[in-house]
Design a protein around this ligand. Structure first.
Ligand code: G6Q
Length: 543
């Protein structure tokens, strides 16, 4: 793979952006709008049914030109091709990164290590479809001959957040006589509460784990096994009530799940990029194979757009570059994701993993310090709820928080005036953030002098408004792929490996050691720092 040899700070566009930023930082959005009556059209694009208004950003045409130059200098195009053609761009794990293959049509071919992976992808999708149909129709029976009523996904991180988010997002399309639960936390409460009203003979567990060795998932899976056996009393029940989603057939068999009931995927699917692989089995059972395929088509449409659209009209590239702009030239620490769609309530949590596990890195592909700030903190809640809690800080605090507002022209639940009221709030918030309210305006409304400073809104706070027609499986696929490729764009600029996650390792190793120390019958000899050792002793004395 070709790598940019020029360090970030020496790239000409980066230097030009530094100079340019000093001018823009001194300019108010009020001024930028006053200067250009066509700004609302100039900085808006529509592609693949997604409308992006990015005019309320602190940018000019020159900013976009410089940012797209930066993308070119950083070889975004070449890197994108490397990803789409199966090169091993996950350098530190020596792996291809091919979530785009998960939604490639049958007619495409993508070669990894001399083999076309697309037929394999479709083979698994077909197996998932057959299985989902059997569960949905009631043909798949539990051990006692009863049909399955409950589906419990056991997984964590990438094997949980995508499935939960997609289930919530697409609940409208789900089969309502099936109950779905998601167990991820090793805290026993998660499992206990998930199954407390379920009957074992009507419950199917999907054990979702790429490695099939993850401590939390294996602990929960064994507890689920015990719970099932306690109710059904017979080992042969496991085959009817457990399926596995994994790349590790050996461990699946060792757990006691028939590998016939295993849905595979591949090492080139990263956990946080896996919700459209077999990891999405719970989604497919919920919404059915036809809707699942519509979701894949949405992903694929955005993949194509990202690969082919000119950078200045490229939704993911622009979204990614704007984040680099605020992170590195405005010292913004976070990005708020604000979906005005109740079904997207888990979307910010999903994006947290996608963005922060991908771009929370401090060294480049070649191991040097990046020399700039990388992945910002993503967070958010659905609107309008957030307006009554944390928006105060976004409007009047001292920090700059770029916001992504996500809304829809139509609602899946038309109820009186609700949708107009909801959407009015999206537009009002973006308007208030950008333009604020000056001291003169506050005074003119009769505010006593001493209150004026408190009621001033500085404005000049940037946001994107992302709109689509209706939340469908296809739209969801597009939205997710939009952010996946925005994250990739950022990673390319910073020249980091967006696809590894070494930062989660150290805590895992230490926990393994401490588990032994908490559980040992003998008083353990502790060689931790004094704080940790004392906490361990305290727990042992109180537990
Ligand atoms: C995602 C990460 C991580 C992973 C979980 C679960 O990109 O790799 O969140 O998905 O640790 O791993 P398993 O699927 O192997 O259980």
């Amino acid at each position: 793979m070709s790598e940019p040899t020029i360090p970030l700070a020496n790239r000409p566009a980066w230097k030009a952006l530094q100079t340019h930023a000093t001018q823009i930082r001194a300019t108010h959005l009020r001024q930028l709008f006053a200067d250009d009556p066509h700004r609302g059209e100039r900085f808006a694009i529509q592609a693949e049914g997604i409308f992006l208004d990015y005019s309320k950003n602190r940018i000019t045409a020159e900013t976009i030109a410089l940012l797209t130059h930066l993308a070119e200098e950083s070889r975004l195009r070449e890197r994108t091709e490397s990803m789409f053609t199966g090169q091993k761009i996950n350098i530190t794990e020596n792996r291809a990164v091919l979530h785009v293959a998960l939604r490639a049509p049958k007619t495409e071919s993508i070669i990894v290590d001399g083999e076309d992976v697309v037929p394999e992808v479709h083979k698994v999708l077909d197996k998932m479809s057959t299985f989902s149909d059997r569960v949905r129709s009631g043909e798949w029976k539990g051990h006692t001959g009863k049909r399955i009523r409950n589906v419990v996904n056991i997984g964590i991180g990438g094997s949980d957040l995508g499935p939960v988010m997609a289930y919530e997002a697409l609940k409208h399309y789900s089969q309502r006589d099936l109950t779905f639960r998601f167990v991820s936390n090793v805290d026993g409460t998660d499992f206990a509460e998930a199954v407390q009203d379920l009957k074992a003979d009507e419950t199917l567990f999907l054990v979702a784990s790429k490695t099939f060795t993850t401590l939390e998932t294996m602990t929960n899976a064994h507890t689920a096994r015990d719970w099932t056996l306690a109710a059904l009393g017979d080992e042969s029940a496991i085959a009817k009530h457990f399926v596995a989603i994994s790349t590790n057939a050996k461990e699946v068999a060792r757990f006691g799940i028939d590998t016939e009931n295993m849905f595979g995927f591949w090492d080139w699917v990263g956990g946080r990029y896996s919700m459209d692989s077999a990891i999405g089995l719970s989604t497919m059972i919920a919404i059915g194979p036809v809707n699942f395929h519509a979701m894949l088509a949405g992903f694929h449409a955005m993949d194509r757009h990202f690969r082919t659209a000119p950078l200045a009209e490229n939704l993911p590239a622009l979204l990614g570059l704007l984040t680099v702009w605020y992170t590195d030239f405005f010292d913004a620490q976070t990005v708020a994701i604000l979906p005005y769609e109740q079904y997207l309530k888990r979307f910010p949590a999903y994006l947290q993993q996608l963005t922060m596990e991908s771009n929370g890195k401090h060294v480049t592909l070649t191991g040097e310090h990046v020399g700039a700030d990388t992945g910002p903190i993503y967070w958010g809640e659905p609107g309008t709820n957030g307006q009554h809690s944390f928006y105060q800080l976004i409007h009047q605090g001292t920090r700059l928080i770029p916001c992504d507002f996500i809304g829809f022209f139509k609602t899946l639940n038309p109820l009186g005036r609700h949708h107009d009221i909801l959407t009015a709030n999206v537009f009002a918030q973006a308007e208030a953030l950008a333009f604020g309210k000056t001291a003169e305006e506050v005074k003119a409304s009769g505010t006593p002098d001493e209150l004026v400073p408190h009621k001033v809104f500085e404005g000049n706070r940037p946001s994107n408004t992302i709109l689509a027609d209706l939340l469908t499986p296809e739209t969801l696929g597009k939205l997710i792929a939009l952010y996946e490729h925005a994250v990739f764009t950022q990673g390319v600029i910073w020249n980091i490996d967006s696809f590894d996650q070494w930062g989660v390792e150290l805590g895992k190793v230490l926990a393994q050691k401490i588990i032994g120390e908490l559980e040992s019958a003998e008083e353990p000899a502790l060689d931790h720092d004094v704080s940790t050792s004392r906490l361990i002793r305290l727990y042992r004395s109180k537990k």
